[in-house]
Design a protein around this ligand. Sequence first.
Ligand SMILES: [Zn+2]
Ligand SMILES: [Zn+2]
Ligand SMILES: [Zn+2]
Ligand SMILES: [Zn+2]
Length: 382
Amino acid sequence: MAELEVGFVEDCAPALLTAPNLPTKFGGRPAWLNFEQLPTKEQLTCTCGATLRFLFQVYSGGLYKGDQNYHRCVFVFVCPNASTCNNPGRQGGFRAFRQTLPRQNKYFHEVSDATDDASGTFKQLPDVRLCYACGMPASKSCSRCHKRHYCSRDHQRWHWLHGHKDECTADCTGYADLVSVEPAEFLFPERLLVLEPIKTNTGDSDDDDDDDDDETLDGLDDDDDTTTKKKHDDDDDDDDDDDDMHSELQQIAKENPNLAPVAANTSTEFDKMIKKFRKALADEPDQVLRYQQGGKPLWIGSRVPEEHDISPCPTCGAMREFEFELLPQILPTVEVSTTAADFGVLAVYTCPNSCDTANTDALEEIVWHNPVTRNSTEPLSS
Ligand SMILES: [Zn+2]
Ligand SMILES: [Zn+2]
Ligand SMILES: [Zn+2]
Ligand SMILES: [Zn+2]
């Protein structure tokens, strides 16, 4: 199991969030890695019929074996109908796609030949049509200049009103100046995410105070939280911390009206989970992302996956493993309106081999949505 890294939101120049900089980031337009391995229209369509929106991406070059994983990035998308389509559990409004690229590739400079001037630029501009408004694969073009492409009429209209009217007849250049297009209101606020190894105290692991929580996929021993009476934990002196955590969660629940309210002062598996969540965040309270290939996800609610919920990799057959999770703490941090996105923990499970494939479509992995809820069966919205 790899070392745990935690991610923080950082401000930076928008140019640093573009594809040649291989960013890990939240919001904005996807900074694609392999332009010949883009998700298909079908892959980007939710089961409810809506087109998915880009949420965040995690770059993990060099962390998986094989030259094809020299560059590697996983992209996570969300359904725009968050309130009605945000079903907890597998996929439920969220999807993840994996792209990889070998060291020798047409788009990005090798580290050795990247000078200060070369870093942050493409070796060769990708010859693909991406929407100038949202960065998603595009099927429509501006009928005048034929140099700007769009995923939809709406986004074409938006770009016309936000710059293209003036540049259309002038020289439109290629993909690279996409960064100069102002952020659109239908994109999530764009922020750099920086991963750092976590500093732990005296090497105590994350599962020290719980005797029965060697969860892997299933997390909870018992689905029926309300009838599970657990004796109080030995650390009652944490009560103030728990209260803080409860108010923090109450706040999250308040800002996420579709999430079930969190009840305070009950002694259930849920409280143990909250305590553990709180404790795990104590060292680095500003963390919004946790990365640990083959590690254990940290849950905030009771709906955790069973082993059969995480299917093996359809390409190589290996059991998918936890890779990273986004925490709901990101929402207030980047000032995302919860009418736009609403989630608890988003845990992403991927092929442990990050296996190669002849298929040119982006490889779909699994997102497990773990909402802030204490009862594994109660509906999220009513
Ligand atoms: Zn949907
Ligand atoms: Zn678009
Ligand atoms: Zn035009
Ligand atoms: Zn595989």
